[in-house]
Design a protein around this ligand. Structure first.
Ligand code: ADP
Ligand code: MG
Length: 260
């Protein structure tokens, strides 16, 4: 039987607080709701998505064991009521010093994922807000990067540096594609919102990508669901604007993948 290749997607942006964790959790849940088999990987030392999954970080193998011990991914998966996850670890904040400086430095994650080939449809990866060894491992691994940008003043600053990191990652991962820029925490019809949309379009052109048509609206339910009650947004408030937007975004994303 032919093994279908796992589609690996990272939500990444070198800035913090721009919706990487929210988007990765909502995307993973949407994909699960549609019957796909999804593995979530947390590569951020802040462990926010690990907390959402209520996954362990002690006495289990985590992303740290992949980066520092070449542990096969299959040995690091925790099966939780919210799905399968490879947890992060707060010690990962010292990754720059902990991960050996050798030719494998940025390839640990990619090697490790060979152990799950054929076992999932999607791997969704949450990433840290810095271009360091963890993010470089992710960029060397994934097929697609989606860049969430916040609808606020300096949302797009620094993204050219990020684009450079992606360009460098392509030397080892030639299929790496920026699938698009996703506007999050959107407040409709404000003047700022219009200006950010225009800037995002310009940036997308520079990065040779596009902006997703769906914009993710801001809602109280979104923060409540994910950071207070630890319940997937599409269960906690399926009718909320944000849940609807993530549904549409997932449709758009799946369309993008099937178009190659
Ligand atoms: N659509 C949204 N509506 C309301 N709050 C949001 C929305 N998206 C993200 N947030 C909030 O913004 C903050 C930063 O989002 P987060 O996903 O943690 O960003 P990052 O992972 O990039 O640091 C969090 O408190 C999160 O709950
Ligand atoms: Mg985060």
């Amino acid at each position: 039987m032919e093994m279908i290749k796992i589609i690996r997607i990272a939500l990444a942006n070198q800035k913090g607080g721009v919706g990487k964790t929210t988007t990765s959790l909502c995307l993973a849940n949407e994909l699960k709701s549609r019957g796909f088999n999804v593995l979530f990987i947390d590569t951020d030392a802040q462990c926010n998505s690990t907390k959402f999954f209520e996954a362990k970080t002690q006495g289990v193998a985590t992303i740290l064991d992949i980066f520092c011990g070449d542990e096969p991914a299959i040995n690091c998966i925790q099966h939780t009521s919210k799905g399968d996850i490879i947890a992060s670890d707060k010690l990962l904040s010292d990754a720059e010093n902990m991960v050996k400086v050798d030719e494998r430095r940025f390839r640990h994650l990619k090697r490790s994922l060979k152990s799950i080939e054929g076992k999932y449809d999607f791997v969704v990866i949450d990433t840290p807000p810095a271009i360091g060894v963890a993010l470089k491992n992710v960029l060397a691994t994934v097929d697609y990067v989606i860049i969430p940008v916040e609808e606020s003043g300096w949302a797009l600053d620094g993204l050219m540096d990020f684009a450079e990191a992606i360009e460098l990652a392509r030397e080892n991962n030639e299929n790496l594609k920026i699938m698009g820029i996703l506007t999050v925490k959107s407040k409709e019809r404000t003047r700022k919102s219009k200006r950010i949309s225009e800037l995002a379009e310009t940036l997308a052109e520079k990065l040779k990508t596009k902006c997703f048509q769906t914009k993710i609206r801001e809602s109280v339910a979104c923060t409540e669901a994910l950071t207070e009650y630890y319940v997937p947004l599409n269960e906690y408030a399926p009718e909320s604007s944000t849940a609807q937007d993530y549904k549409n975004f997932t449709d758009e994303m799946l369309g993008e993948i099937s178009n190659g």
